[in-house]
Design a protein around this ligand. Structure first.
Ligand code: ATP
Length: 453
């Protein structure tokens, strides 16, 4: 974990937010290479979930929504995690996680009373993971919604706050009717969305795994009640294969079935990834019944029924969903890719990222930094390749260091212009993983990379 966090900072993937002011807990910025990976993840997801589908449309709902949305969804009353504080070191912990680590089952959705009872019984076995003491406060349920004073100019705005959305899918539910009325979709159909969500997470000490501001990619699929579980199985397969196609090692993935379902859910599974702290949730895939639309119909007073154009049958669609954070996929990809290898007695750090998500696809170097004729040719090649690939030109430092730097940011290919290039019109192309080098004619480079990518 520490090695990955340090590489991310050192090489411009992820920075702690507001670092010059001492940082800002559980908020991170994506650096030049991080933003490239995140964009690649989002593009691949969007292509698969929207572009290649005749039955799924996209949406970009606003972050701010009517406060009633969060009452209807149950977030105002129930979107709360159980919190206890260590009285010795004042670190706050999620009690369901503390209990879990002591082998005691507890669900974050339990009432304050229920979880206090379990915690009281199990407390003796639990030590504060920070200071090792056994001296906790009682459990308090802490609501995760982040409040704002948007549009409220009174002093006491906290009484009627506007929330920053805690999940993106509420935007999908409340726009469901607009989409039905303005497009040609018919059940079964899906609505996909990528956007920021905000949660006042209690424990946020796992780098970009759990942050207070994060980006979700969610797809809600609307089905006939009788087809919910059949469609759910299809969605589970689709999402599992997404990770295999992305290039994640199958051995680092596993299914986790939820045993204690919330009352409206039909089925719930997570895809877990083997993060440095063990297998943890990467994505949730849930069959949610008609809960979401029924709640919004009840609270808004609007008719959210669907009428089948062929049979005339009227019903509230059931929803199956796929929900994942961009940061969690990025973290999983970085963990999967990180490698240290011994090369001629030295340690080479290399990110063996799948080519499709590598932030820089091709790096182009002049062999020597002070030879104008090499620089000119290398620049020409850079200008030629940059129209098709994210490329980087690097003309400083010794060539070995330049290769090492590209290895650390996961660049699959490096192209070097040397003195022979001026005679034989060919360049050296080096492969990141095998480190093999081959001579390729400059005129053939585009075709060469078309085959490689
Ligand atoms: P957890 O139990 O880990 O708090 P959750 O079950 O509340 O997560 P969901 O509400 O199902 O999570 O969110 C769906 C997805 O959004 C998660 O699978 C995860 O990929 C992502 N996600 C949720 N919370 C965070 C967060 N704080 N930081 C980053 N990603 C998150």
């Amino acid at each position: 974990m520490q090695k990955i966090v340090s590489l991310c900072k050192r090489r411009g993937f992820v920075y702690p937010s507001s670092e010059i002011y001492g940082g800002f807990s559980a908020i991170y910025d994506l650096g030049p290479y991080g933003v490239e990976i995140a964009n690649a993840i989002k593009n691949i997801w969007w292509r698969e979930m929207v572009q290649l589908r005749n039955d799924i449309v996209g949406l970009d709902a606003a972050i701010f929504m009517h406060p009633k949305v969060w009452e209807a969804s149950g977030h105002v009353t129930d979107f709360a995690d159980p919190l206890a504080e260590c009285k010795s070191c004042h670190t706050r912990w999620r009690v369901d996680h503390l209990l879990e680590s002591a082998g005691i089952f507890a669900d974050e959705k339990m009432s304050e009373k229920e979880i206090n009872k379990i915690f009281e019984k199990g407390k003796k076995k639990i030590k504060c993971p920070n200071c090792g003491k056994n001296n906790f406060t009682s459990v308090r349920k802490f609501n995760l919604l982040v409040k704002s004073n948007l549009g409220n100019f009174t002093e006491d705005w906290t009484k009627e706050p506007v929330y920053l959305r805690g999940e993106t899918c509420q935007g999908i539910y409340v726009d469901y009717k607009n989409i039905l009325d303005s497009t040609r979709v018919q059940i079964p159909f899906g609505i996909a969305q990528i956007g920021k969500a905000f949660r006042n997470e209690i424990t946020a000490r796992q780098f970009i795994f759990r942050t207070r501001e994060f980006e979700q990619m969610e797809m809600q699929y609307f089905v006939h009640p009788g087809n919910e579980l059949k469609e759910y199985d299809k969605l589970r397969k689709l999402r599992w294969n997404f990770y295999l196609n992305l290039g994640i090692n199958k051995n680092n993935l596993k299914w986790h079935k939820h045993e204690n379902l919330v009352f409206y859910a039909k089925e719930a599974y997570d895809i877990e990834y083997n993060f440095p702290f063990g297998f943890s949730e990467l994505e949730g895939i849930h069959a949610r019944g008609d809960y979401d639309l029924s709640q919004h119909a009840k609270c808004s007073g609007k008719d959210l029924f669907y009428t089948d154009p062929r049979t005339g049958e009227k019903y509230v669609p059931h929803i199956i969903e796929s929900s994942v954070g961009v940061g969690r996929i990025m973290f999983a990809l970085l963990c999967d890719a990180y490698a240290e290898e011994k090369v001629k007695g030295e340690t080479r750090i290399v990110l063996k990222l799948p080519k499709q998500v590598a932030p820089i696809k091709i790096a182009i170097f002049p062999l020597l930094a002070n030879k104008p004729e090499l620089i000119k040719k290398a620049r020409e090649i850079f200008d030629n390749l940059k129209t098709n690939y994210m490329c980087e030109y690097d003309g400083s430092g010794n060539i070995g260091k330049r290769y090492r730097r590209q290895d650390e940011i996961g660049t699959p290919y490096c192209v070097t212009v040397d003195f022979d290039t001026l005679k034989d019109k060919a360049v050296t192309v080096r492969d990141r993983d095998s480190m093999k080098q081959e001579r390729i004619k400059v005129a053939d480079l585009k075709e060469y990379f078309e085959n490689k990518f």
